[in-house]
Design a protein around this ligand. Structure first.
Ligand code: MTE
Ligand code: MO
Length: 535
């Protein structure tokens, strides 16, 4: 009798441990990639939506502002009860509990897709939770002799051992409850499984809590007005061509490249920048001190060295910040220093030529992007933006440290991995319209795109259709030498397939090279070439 109860308890524990590790993995995955797809948040949100008004009122009356916590605790209790049942079922009918857990995961995954804020992949955390729980349950149940065959054998062979003490070295008692070492091993596995699940859930909660807290700090920030604002965008700087990249890339469309699996959450109140190394005077700067400085606004096109010809790892934004030149002037670099090694809160490093930070190009210690505080993923609260250099050697996000040093003394994250020490952005042009591979209608049409070489500027773009002559495109007026420029060329499209390619001419008259180079080690080159199908 007692043994039967013990057996039931162990089966239930297997189910509970399995559900815990499943739920923990789902929560962690969601916290990392899609907080709104958290299985608990999905179920809770759906329940809140379908609950009748009286239920909501009662919940608030009973639990007050803790109503959401109460709801989540309620969901957890129901889940664990279901899981205990799944454990007992699995011990009797192999796969039944496993299937039940998978069904729960699939069901929550489907609900996840119906939520208002759901992304296309919102089902993944719940499905993962179900799959992990099912796997864990199968493993736990088979680690202990719950199955009927063992039970029968135990009943036959060990009838006299019923209710035996813990150290009896047999696998099962008369009623099928594992005892002795088997039982202890099972309990250790189940306990460990549950603990891992709890740890993952806690890690997920901490990640989410961190970014939620910093997000709300960010939302409350009012950026100071620049002392030197970027000039207003003149009408002639934008061409009206559907499908052409906008002159200023909206923050939500701005490409994101970094090594951070979890977006670092840096509280501005705790942020410090330290400038040290080969300097006469160390400088430290706080967030409040930075905000009090006379800020500059600059439109600058940023590109990733990994951007292939024709690729979209490039964007143009209006950055608000303080010239790094002024801060370095306070620190007074040694005459033989030639590099600044910047380090981010998450340990990324970039090595920037000292000259690029001290000449008149207005390399910025930026706090604003297109009129907003930097988005968390783009370096909140403070990053570097250096016109003319690829991001990997200059655009350190979440920056906290500048060490003045020398190229022959220090190496940075990507230069350590085979990329070039110096990373000036190469002259490039891209065809946005027509979209590569898309069929267009014959007749009056347009070819359009953008061209850039921040720091130098672009003066012209030429387009070649099939084997025709290179034709000069119409250029929008450039915002500055640091931003990309839109261009377009009217085109009478004749039916058939056409090869279209473009090349830029820089303000210093350099013509964009046709020499094809891959992104590694210092940036791609070649002419962007597309095939347009005209019907
Ligand atoms: N902390 C940190 N900063 C970083 C990186 C990184 O991995 N970590 N990547 C750099 C690279 S390679 C590029 S191209 C730019 C991209 O900036 P964005 O994500 O704001 O577009 O950030 C740079 N700054
Ligand atoms: Mo990059």
């Amino acid at each position: 009798m007692q043994a039967a109860l013990r057996r039931r308890t162990m089966e239930a524990l297997a189910g509970i441990a399995a559900a815990t590790i499943g739920a923990g993995s789902g929560e962690l995955l969601a916290a990392l990639f899609a907080p709104s797809a958290s299985p608990f948040a999905v179920v809770g949100g759906a329940l809140i939506d379908v609950a009748p008004a009286w239920a909501k009122d009662t919940a608030i009356a009973w639990f007050g502002t803790a109503d959401k916590v109460a709801l989540l605790v309620g969901i957890a209790i129901v889940l664990l009860a279901l899981a205990a049942g799944a454990g007992m079922a699995e011990a009797r009918w192999a796969r039944s509990g496993v299937i039940a857990l998978i069904v729960v995961g699939v069901a929550v995954g489907i609900v996840a897709l119906t939520r208002a804020d759901a992304g296309l992949l919102a089902w993944i955390p719940s499905m993962l939770a179900g799959a992990v729980a099912a796997t864990a349950l199968r493993m736990l149940v088979s680690s202990a002799p719950f199955d009927d065959a063992t039970l029968d054998r135990a009943t036959r062979d060990g009838a006299t051992l019923g209710g035996a003490t813990h150290d009896v070295p047999v696998e099962s008692t008369a009623s099928g409850a594992p005892t002795g070492p088997t039982r202890r091993r099972f309990l250790a596995w189940a306990g460990g499984t549950a603990l891992v699940g709890v740890a993952m859930a806690v890690a997920g909660a901490l990640t989410k809590a961190g970014s939620a807290a910093v997000s709300s700090v960010r939302d409350a920030i009012r950026l100071p007005r620049p002392v030197a604002p970027a000039p207003a965008v003149p009408a002639g700087a934008t061409l009206d061509v559907p499908g052409l990249s906008p002159l200023i890339t909206p923050n939500r469309d701005f490409y994101r490249i970094d090594t951070a699996l979890i977006v670092p959450t840096v509280d501005p109140g705790e942020w410090r920048l330290r400038i040290h190394g080969m300097v006469a005077d160390e400088v430290t700067l706080t967030w409040d001190e930075l905000l009090a400085l006379p800020l500059t606004e600059r439109a600058v096109t940023l590109s990733c060295v990994s951007n292939p010809v024709g690729g979209d790892l490039v964007g143009n934004a209006v950055w608000l910040g303080y010239p790094i030149r002024e801060l370095l002037a306070r620190a007074v670099p040694d005459v033989d220093a030639d590099m600044v090694l910047s380090t981010s809160a998450d340990g990324f490093t970039a090595g920037t030529p000292l000259e690029a930070l001290t000449d008149d190009r207005d390399a910025l210690l930026a706090i604003g992007m297109n009129g907003e505080p930097l988005p968390l993923a783009h370096g909140f609260p403070v990053r570097m933006v250096v016109p003319g250099l690829y991001g990997y050697v200059s655009a350190t996000k979440w920056v906290t440290d500048l060490e003045v040093t020398r190229f022959d003394r220090a190496r940075a994250y990507w230069t350590d991995r085979g990329w070039s020490e110096r990373g000036p952005i190469k002259l490039q042009s891209r065809i946005d319209v027509p979209r590569a591979g898309r069929t267009i209608e014959a007749g009056e049409s347009v070819i359009a795109g953008v061209a850039w070489q921040p720091g130098t500027g672009v003066s012209a773009v030429e387009v070649q259709i099939d084997d025709g002559p290179w034709e000069r495109a119409e250029m929008a007026s450039a915002l500055s030498a640091d931003t990309w420029v839109q261009w377009r060329l009217p085109w009478r499209a004749e039916p058939g397939d056409h090869r279209i390619r473009c090349r830029a001419i820089a303000a210093d008259s350099t013509v964009q090279t046709d020499a094809i180079a891959p992104p590694a080690p210092d940036g791609a080159s070649g002419w962007h070439t597309i095939t347009a199908t005209v019907s």
